[in-house]
Design a protein around this ligand. Structure first.
Ligand code: CA
Length: 398
């Protein structure tokens, strides 16, 4: 038996040796709406914060600074983009590190500029060294308020935090490799949670904080500002990683069903249990270990830890298409759209980079005199000369 076949899709962060070092993909991709298409072959990553240790989550603050959480160190720090100054803003004193535990989740409050509030999701050690307790906390003026306690394990702890513009907080949890708690609405394992910014359940939830169930280990959340839908990447079993649109009270099938209608490799997925299927499943031959996800230019992008790649998922004539548009060395951990929408930012184990992707120029110039680039006014002179010649040719000879 292939030992890799038993690996969970969301492997330990140290799976560096399995990562495929690669180069830039050479194609182009169309963006949504009227945006000009992107030339991914010319994508360029600009390192912004370097020398880090596992920034599994980062956020781009309104003042231009970058806040990042290093998963095993338990440090939340800020980076001033102008001065380069780094400041540790919060340290989790007691953090269980290793595997998929640690400071695994972080988000800024929507009113962060005014109130300085942020949220963390971290694993605290327990007497059972192979377990842990995941704490979702709100931090104001350095004081922690616990919003939720979720059982922990070496793997499948979830931990992404996403706050939508209306101030609703979504949090992903893993199923601790225990499988069936994902179907129990009274368990916080294997769920997407929905709550207010003070940790209160939102009306319409399945049970308490539980917004949706039947998840294995969601570690990517993104908000579509156009449709106002919540999207999630999910680490499923080998060859069955998923992208889902998460709906209120939805059941996403785990552990009975993973991927598009397959359990194992041949058993059909039950159709009488109301499971919501993913919009996309990966792969036939491996595991991507999806991490960060974001909307950019109206379309969905997600990061793969194991490939070190950024995927673009879009609809073409009603069918979902997925394409790797960028690859980097090492593991990709988190992905965000820049506040001005001009670029993407991503984190690897070592740091945070900005990804600049030029648009393919569209030629809107009407058929007219040729433009001679770089010589101002020369095209006008050429046009005038052509007109004079035409006048001389049509003038009747004496
Ligand atoms: Ca599923």
């Amino acid at each position: 038996m292939n030992p890799l076949a038993s690996l969970p899709a969301m492997c330990a962060f140290q799976l560096l040796a399995l990562i495929v070092g690669a180069s830039v993909w050479s194609g182009t991709a169309l963006a949504g709406g009227d945006a000009p298409p992107l030339d991914w072959s010319q994508a360029r990553a600009v390192p912004i914060v370097t020398g880090l240790e596992g920034p599994a989550n980062f956020a781009l603050a309104p003042d231009g600074s970058i806040w990042y959480a290093e998963v095993y160190r338990g440090n939340l720090s800020s980076f001033d983009s102008v001065t380069g100054l780094r400041t540790v803003r919060h340290h989790v004193n007691s953090v269980a590190s290793g595997d998929e535990r640690g400071l695994v989740g972080f988000a800024l409050d929507p009113a962060f500029e005014a109130n300085g509030v942020f949220f963390l999701y971290y694993t605290e050690p327990t007497l059972n060294a192979s377990a842990g307790l995941n704490k979702l906390v709100r931090i104001e003026d350095g004081r922690e308020t616990v919003l939720a306690l979720i059982p922990g394990a070496e793997e499948h702890n979830g931990g992404r935090i996403l706050i939508t513009p209306d101030g609703t907080m979504f949090v992903s949890t893993g199923e601790n490799q225990l499988r069936w708690p994902a179907q129990d609405p009274k368990s916080l394992l294997g769920k997407v949670l929905r709550m207010t910014l003070t940790g209160e359940p939102v009306a319409g939830n399945l049970e308490g904080l539980v917004f949706s169930k039947g998840h294995r280990n969601v570690y990517g959340l993104a908000y579509d500002p156009g449709t106002k839908e919540l999207w999630a990447t999910e680490n499923s079993g080998w060859r069955r990683d998923e992208v889902n649109i998460i709906r209120e009270r939805g059941n996403y099938g785990y552990p009975e069903c993973e991927g598009l209608g397959l359990n194992g490799v041949s058993t059909p997925c039950p159709t009488d249990k109301g499971y919501t299927e993913p919009i996309m499943t990966f792969y036939e031959n491996g595991s991507a270990a999806p991490t960060g996800a974001t909307f950019w230019r109206g379309e969905f992008y997600w990061a793969s830890l194991r490939e070190g790649s950024i995927h673009h998922l879009w609809q073409d004539a009603g069918a979902w298409k997925d394409e790797i548009v960028y690859k980097t060395e090492g593991m990709l951990l988190d992905l965000h759209e820049a506040p001005d929408g001009a670029s993407l930012y991503f984190s690897t184990w070592e740091g945070i980079s900005r990804l600049d992707v030029p648009s393919i120029e569209r030629d809107h110039t009407p058929q007219a005199a040729p433009r001679l680039a770089g010589v101002p006014g020369l095209s006008i002179l050429v046009t005038l000369a052509a007109l004079v010649l035409a006048f001389v040719r049509v003038r009747p000879r004496a």
